[in-house]
Design a protein around this ligand. Structure first.
Ligand code: PTJ
Length: 251
């Protein structure tokens, strides 16, 4: 990361690529994670690599859900761990959530490597190794979760989730908060709160909103949740991507 000059017009995008590459080298990120990152990057480019107002409102609604939850869980996959490990630990601390490693391409080795990586970044307890519960309607390996983690959660934050798993979690009646740069992806479409933003910007933003709302009463949090409109949020993101008045001259 040190070699990329801070004033390079595509600095953040280059740093991100390096982190995902390093994640693969460290055994944290899957090779499919490289493809996922490329897809995300294309959408971010079209968004102007900024947090649009509807995504900020979604991050605030997500923070309200996490603060209201009885048992919030932040799921962590190979891309999230490579990109924002310390930020995920910070978010879990701010809202009192469990961290659970939960992988699309599950291997025990990668789960252990990600749990270690999160501990290196300040996490105390990391769930995901027990795998003693299943999400119904998913193939065996993809269905594994912890009984005292995601299986027991009422609110789950799933950054960059695969569509089938996002739909299966939503079918369980859990409140699902999804970070995904593609507003047309099934994960974004089934989410109670879709946050169409780069995970690099979205996670610290949810944490900042949670800290800002720490002293809010339940009625205010419930109002934020009730007023949030996922369809309008997705439509606003799609409009920003398709049209907008962006200046791409720096690219
Ligand atoms: O570590 P694992 O085994 O759990 O696998 C993780 C990936 C992400 C590889 C797996 O879940 C997967 O294949 O996901 P998909 O179906 O490729 O979906 C990833 C979604 O995340 C896509 O819609 C991308 O646009 C989006 N995305 C990629 N990078 C980012 C992103 N969204 C926000 N921020 C990003 N940096």
């Amino acid at each position: 990361e040190a070699e990329i000059p801070a004033d390079h017009p595509r600095h953040d995008s280059l740093v991100t690529r390096h982190r995902v590459e390093a994640g693969v080298e460290k055994g944290i990120t899957s090779r499919q994670g490289l493809i996922a990152q490329g897809r995300g990057e294309a959408f971010d480019y079209l968004l102007g690599e900024r947090t649009i107002p509807s995504a900020d409102a979604a991050a605030r609604a997500a923070a309200a859900h996490l603060l209201l939850a009885d048992h919030p869980v932040v799921a962590v996959n190979g891309n999230a761990a490579a990109l924002v490990p310390a930020e995920l630990v910070d978010l879990a601390d701010a809202v009192g959530a469990d961290l659970e490693v939960n992988l699309f391409n599950r291997t025990d080795e990668r789960i252990r490597a990600i749990a270690d990586h999160l501990r290196e970044h300040g996490a105390r307890e990391v769930k995901g190794m027990a795998a003693d519960a299943r999400i119904p309607n998913l193939a065996h390996e993809r269905a594994k979760v912890d009984a005292d983690g995601i299986a027991d959660a009422d609110v789950v934050l799933v950054p960059l989730e695969d569509g089938d798993r996002a739909a299966a979690l939503a079918d369980l009646g859990k409140v699902e908060l999804v970070i995904d740069l593609n507003p047309l992806s099934r994960s974004a479409q089934v989410a109670d709160v879709p946050i169409v933003d780069n995970i690099l910007r979205a996670v610290p933003r949810i944490t900042a909103h949670a800290r800002d709302l720490a002293d809010a009463d339940r009625a205010e949090l419930e109002r934020l949740v009730a007023e949030f409109d996922p369809d309008a949020t997705l439509a606003a993101a799609e409009r920003a991507i398709r049209g907008g008045d962006l200046d791409y001259s720096s690219g």
